[in-house]
Design a protein around this ligand. Structure first.
Ligand SMILES: NC(=O)c1ccc[n+]([C@@H]2O[C@H](COP(=O)([O-])OP(=O)(O)OC[C@H]3O[C@@H](n4cnc5c(N)ncnc54)[C@H](OP(=O)(O)O)[C@@H]3O)[C@@H](O)[C@H]2O)c1
Length: 219
């Protein structure tokens, strides 16, 4: 699979790129607003995997480069910049699957809160109709992903309207050891999974649990 990252120079982009990039399982395209920054980040990820003995196929450039080379694109940028960024890339989109890990949240009086909106639906509205949007990975801490050899033990809730497109994302989740994808429903209910991240962060801070994630169990 050819996987591109808009804003792949940041935390979640690095974590997912390392996980999917190792052993040349996928072709990875790191994007940035600045092509040199994208190339630099790709070089850093290549070096990390080379040093650990993993073959890899990672290249970098600007966000347009990442989109035009990919079948699946992860949108790894802050919520406030999503609509403007996606509209600016409108002409480069073909029929890619767009993955939204975007969490619309803010901090108030020491607690994280969710904004009254759904980032995945906003992304879907801003993207061309030929693109399919699926939301996933909100509750996976970037830090845990970046330690790319550490097995995980977590669930990822996936929301989207098209079952075939969701399958593409479930397959990518299966490629990450210790991660299980669960169907959370249509894109319209993605706000529920987006809201889990501020909850996790508040629990983390108040209970001194570093990088918490979620796992659904049947007691
Ligand atoms: N970090 C996590 O653990 C985590 C977990 C789950 C979900 N998420 C979500 O994933 C998304 C990315 O999180 P992150 O922690 O990776 O963020 P980040 O490291 O703060 O930023 C990611 C990248 O976004 C780009 N960016 C910053 N400001 C921008 C702007 N105004 N316009 C366009 N691009 C901009 C930057 O790339 P360039 O400067 O190279 O363009 C930056 O490297 C967020 O929506 C977040 O809610 C994060």
């Amino acid at each position: 699979m050819k996987i591109g990252f808009i804003g792949g120079t940041g935390h979640i982009g690095e974590g997912l790129a390392l996980r999917w990039g190792k052993d040349s399982k996928h072709e990875i395209y790191i994007g940035s607003r600045n092509d040199e920054r994208g190339e630099e980040a790709a070089g850093k990820y290549r070096e990390i995997l080379d040093e650990a003995g993993y073959s890899n196929d990672i290249s970098g450039g600007d966000n347009r480069f990442a989109v035009e080379n990919s079948d699946v694109v992860v949108v790894c940028i802050p919520h406030k910049s999503v609509v403007e960024t996606i509209r600016s890339l409108e002409d480069v989109f073909d029929c890619q699957v767009l993955i939204s890990p975007i969490v619309p949240m803010y901090k108030s009086d020491g607690s994280f809160c969710c904004e009254d909106c759904c980032a995945a639906v906003e992304l879907d509205d801003a993207a061309p109709d030929r693109v399919d949007v699926v939301s996933a990975f909100h509750t996976v801490p970037a830090k845990g992903l970046s330690e790319f050899d550490r097995p995980l033990d977590c669930d990822v809730v996936v929301c989207g309207d098209d079952s075939e497109t969701k399958e593409v994302v479930f397959d990518l989740i299966d490629d990450i050891e210790g991660m299980r994808g669960l169907d959370g429903g249509d894109l319209s209910v993605s706000q529920l999974t987006e809201a889990m991240t501020p909850l996790l962060l508040n629990v983390s801070i108040r209970n001194d649990i570093s990088h918490p994630t979620i796992k659904f169990i049947s007691p």
